[in-house]
Design a protein around this ligand. Structure first.
Ligand SMILES: *Cc1c(COP(=O)(O)O)cnc(C)c1O
Length: 352
């Protein structure tokens, strides 16, 4: 009998992840952040890239502030870096307290209830999120009554921009509100800008910036296109190649019909990997410099490609999936964030 625990099963889908590009993006964002320190949002498994690898590489590159959403995500990286470098953005619920107190990662307190909870258990140093207008998570300025922050040892006082990827009036409005609040709260550091916010200029930088998307190759604003490199390169294996006669329907519901004889490559990639149906008829792959269009519908584990021009393509070959984030976002209508965070555990992650 084969010992199944000792078998490594190769996956037919993989992500090539460019660690040099990740570090280069961090350095570019740090430079664009001017005098401010630059942290890293590594929630959602480092935007799908792999939180542990991201954290160890960015830690070596000088990053000292890492932001996750859940306590489980903090646990997942707490053996790599000092726990006090980890901020849990979603705050602390009653059920999180035992772990929060023993782990030593710090919550971003988002409500008077969370502040009260943290103070009651003598939680120690913490961070506070002010909601300056995204109206989603954080303490609204109107909630800041006398004594709300009394006795709290606040390291980072933060707020989060809603529309930094646009030239919206809301950016300046949120900035003014954050200034007003910050003037009256004692905190170690102020933090305001995400990836897009960094490009709004030094008024938005304060002491610490918190990029996520652009670390991983996302172009949050067009000004940063020349600074940021693609990090994630999905690849998938060809399962079958067939020559289909003119008139053949392809895939579920026959949304594509061959107008002429066509060479069709079926590839092991589908929406269950995170390659969503929005790419049906729109996504592109490439092989030896030839572009291959996704024809027909993306199914759960398979896509079909027009391989007329890829005459050398054979069963077992790997095709590269076009995944430059701004272009893939335009093709699919998915956000750059969704494109990254959807890439799931079916992919082998290979750092290059
Ligand atoms: C996710 C997140 C970030 C990072 O935002 P990007 O747009 O990915 O750069 C920063 N701050 C907070 C509070 C976040 O939730």
């Amino acid at each position: 009998m084969t010992d199944l625990n000792s078998v490594t099963v190769p996956s037919p889908v993989r992500l090539r992840i460019d660690g040099g590009a990740l570090v280069s993006n961090y350095q570019a964002l740090a430079k664009a952040s001017g005098a401010a320190a630059t942290g890293a949002a590594v929630k959602a498994n480092g935007y799908g890239v792999g939180a542990r690898e991201v954290v160890s590489r960015l830690s070596k590159a000088g990053c000292r502030d890492f932001f996750v959403a859940h306590w489980s995500e903090a646990v997942g990286i707490a053996d790599i870096i000092p726990a006090e470098q980890i901020t849990v953005l979603n705050g602390v619920a009653a059920a999180d307290l035992p772990l929060a107190l023993s782990l030593g990662a710090r919550p971003m307190l988002n409500s008077p209830e969370q502040i009260q909870r943290w103070r009651q258990v003598g939680g120690g140093r913490c961070h506070v999120m002010i909601d300056s207008g995204i109206n989603r998570l954080g303490i609204g300025p109107e909630q800041i009554g006398d004594g709300l922050f009394n006795g709290l040892d606040i390291d980072i006082l933060a707020s989060h921009l809603a529309s930094a990827d646009e030239d919206a009036l809301q950016n300046g409005e949120q900035l003014a509100i954050f200034h007003n609040v910050a003037a009256n709260v004692r905190a170690g550091r102020l933090s305001f800008a995400n990836s897009a916010g960094i490009m709004l200029g030094s008024d938005y930088h304060f002491d610490l910036t918190r990029p996520g998307l652009s670390l991983y190759g996302g172009i949050a604003r067009t000004e940063m296109a020349s600074l940021i490199k693609q990090v994630v390169f999905p690849e998938a294996q060809v399962l079958q190649i067939r020559n289909m006669p003119a008139g053949s329907p392809i895939g579920y519901n026959a949304t594509y019909r061959c107008v002429a004889d066509k060479r069709v490559a079926t590839v092991s990639l589908g929406y269950a990997d995170g390659y969503l149906r929005a790419f049906s008829g729109r996504g592109l792959a490439s092989f030896e410099g030839q572009s291959l269009l996704v024809i027909g519908r993306v199914s759960m584990d398979l896509i079909t490609l027009d391989a007329d021009n890829a005459t050398n393509l054979r069963e077992g070959d790997w095709v590269s999936i076009d995944y430059a984030l701004p272009e893939a976002s335009r093709q699919s209508g998915l956000s750059q964030y969704e494109l990254l965070t959807g890439l799931n555990s079916r992919f082998d992650r290979q750092w290059i």
